[in-house]
Ligand binder design. Sequence first.
Ligand code: C2E
Ligand code: MG
Ligand code: MG
Length: 629
Amino acid sequence: MNHFVPIPSTVPMTNKLLSDDQGHRLGKGVKSVATALISGSVKKGRGQLAGLLRREQLYPVFQPIASLEEGAIFSHEALIRGPANTSLHAPDALLQAAAQENLNHEFENHCVSAALDLWGCLNRPGRLFVNISADALLALIRQCGCDSLLSLVGVMGVSPRMLVLEITEYERVADMDQLAIVVQRVRAAGVALALDDFGDGRSSLRLWSQIKPEYVKIDKYFTKAISRHADKLKTIQALQQIAAIFDTALIAEGIETEDDLRVLRDLGIRYGQGFFLGRPARLPHEQIDAAAMTVIRDRTVAVFPELRRAPSAGSLSRFTMIQAPTCDLSTTNDQLARLLFNHPKLHAIAVVDGARPVAIINRAAFLNEYSKLYYREIWGNKSCMLHANLEPRLIERNHNIDDLVGILTSDDQRYLADGFIVTENGRYQGLGTGEHLVRSVTETRIEAARHANPLTFLPGNIPITQHIERLLASGVAFFACYADLNNFKPFNDQYGYWRGDEMIRLLARLTQAHCDPRRDFVGHVGGDDFILLYQSEDWQSQCQQIIDEFAQQAVALFDAPARAAGGIQAEDRFGVVRFFPLTTLSIGAVSINPHQFVNAEQVASVAALAKHHAKTEGKGLVVRNGTDR
Ligand code: C2E
Ligand code: MG
Ligand code: MG
C-alpha cells in the first residue's frame, strides 16, 4: 500500500476567502490528484490527528520573509495549524501527535500538500517556503518518485521555481549521502532548498557543504537579542563567511525587536523573518509591518555589541623560541665547552635523552667552572651532567601564555638564569628565556587592549576604527567627539595610579550614561582619551552634561585641602612645582560629513585636533566643522 501519497487538501477554512476563479482552480487541483488516496492508517486511525487529517481540518498560515536591505517581501513560509483553541493548534503538538499515532510522514505530506494547494489558489507573487523533514522527504521521493512530487506541485498551480523546500531535522538523517542525492534531483527540477534552524542541535555543516542549499535559515537562538550579545554576533559573522564560500543566502529567523533588526541589517544578512516583520497569518502579507519598515528605511547605523573581555593572549607557539642545539648524557665537558664556544649567544643548553629533555646547563655557571685551573685536565673527559640542573622548567608549546605569567611572578626565579625548555608532546623543541616571555606577554596584552580596554572594558582602537568605517560606508552624518582630561597627570602623580584609574572609570561611566547604546558608540583610545561617535541628535547637550557631571563628581576624588584650594601643588613636566586646578574634562567635537572623509584615521585626526583646541582654549566643549583645520 502506498501510504506516502500526499492527501489533497480543500482547505475548507480558508476557502471562503478565495475568489470564484481561485475556487475553480482549487477544485481542479483536487480532481487532478484524485488518485491520491488517503492512506490506510489515516483511514483507520483512531487518534485525534488521524481524525483531523480525514476531516481536512489542518490549514497553513503564512509568514513573510523579507529583504533586510529594502524591506520588500521576498517569500512566505507556510506553517501548519490545527483547529484554533484546541490542544492540536500548534505544529509542535501536531508533530507530537503524528509521532504518537505513527503518522509522521502522512502528516508531513499533508502539510506540504495543503500549503501548495492554498498557495496555488491564492496566486500571489513571490516564493513559498514549505517545511519538510529530511526523513519525510526521503520517504516521499522513495515512494512516489521525484516526478510525482513535481507533478503535484504543477497541479497545485505552483511553479517549481517559486518553491523552496525547507528541510528540517536533517541532522538526524543516518544516510547523508542518500539525502544529498535526493535533494539534487529535486533541485534539478528547479525547486530551491533551504536548511532550517541552522545552529540548533547538531546542525550539519557537512550537509551545507554537500548540498550547497540556496538558503540557510539561522536559528532564532542566534538572532534573539543579538544587539546585546557580541558572541552571537561573532557566530553569525562566522556563518556569513561560510555562506560566502558556498554562495548561500542567509535568512535570520525570529527577529522580534527593532534593535536586533538593525544589527542584522547592518551585518549584511540578506533576508529576515520574525514577529517584528510580520506574524504568521491566514493570508500572505502585502508588506512587512510598518515599524519594521521604518527601521529598514532609517539609515541610523547600529552599534555592534563588543566582547567585554580582552581576547586571550594565545599559546606559546606564537612566540619565537631559540632553536638551540642540545647535548646528551654522554657529552663530555670538553665537547660541551666547544659547543658553547661555537654558539656564543646561547645562555644555556638542554641535555636530552633521545628526544626527551632531562636537564639544562647554564652557560655562565659551566664556563665559570671550566675556566678554573686544571679543570680541563681532570674533568675534561667526564660527563657534563656534573653541572646540569636536573629539574629544568619544561613548558609545552600549546601552553596558554596567560597561565605562564605565573612563572614570572613565582618564587622560583631559576628561569631568570636558565630560562626554560620548550617541548611538544614532551619532545625537545628549543629554549626560551624569561625575557622572551615578558616581551610576548606584553605584546599580546597591548594587542588585546586594542580590542577592549582592560580598565574600562570599553572597545579599543580596533573596534573604534571598525565603527567609524561602518559609519563612513553608510553615508550618514555623525559627530566625532574626542574627550580628554585636563590636569590629569598631576592628579595621578599625587594620588597614585589606583585613584587615577578611579577617575578614568568615572569618565567611562559618564560617557556611557550619556550615549544611546543603540546608536552612539563609546570607545576608550587609551589613558584618559575617549572617543564618542554620536548619531543622536541631542549629542551636544549630552556632551555638555558629561563635562558638567564630571566636574561635580571628580571633586570627590581629591582630598579636603585640595578641594578647599581648588587644586593641588605638583611638579609640571619641567620639574617646577606649581598650582594645578582640579581635573576637568574637555571635549572636541567635529561634525562629520562622510563624503569628505576617506578613512577612520582622518576622522580620528580631526577629532583629536578639535580636542586640542578645546584644551588650549580652556573650554569644556568645542565644536568644529569637519573641514576646519
Ligand atoms: P520553523 O520552520 O523554524 O518555523 C518558524 C517558527 O518560528 C514558527 O513557529 C513561527 O511561528 C515561529 N516564529 C516566527 N517568527 C518568530 C519570532 O519572531 N519569534 C519567535 N519566538 N518565534 C517566531 P510554528 O509555526 O509554531 O512552527 C514551529 C515549527 O514546527 C517550525 O519551525 C517547523 O519546524 C514545524 N512546522 C511548522 N509547520 C510545519 C509544516 O507544515 N510541516 C512540517 N514538517 N513542520 C512544520
Ligand atoms: Mg521552517
Ligand atoms: Mg526555522
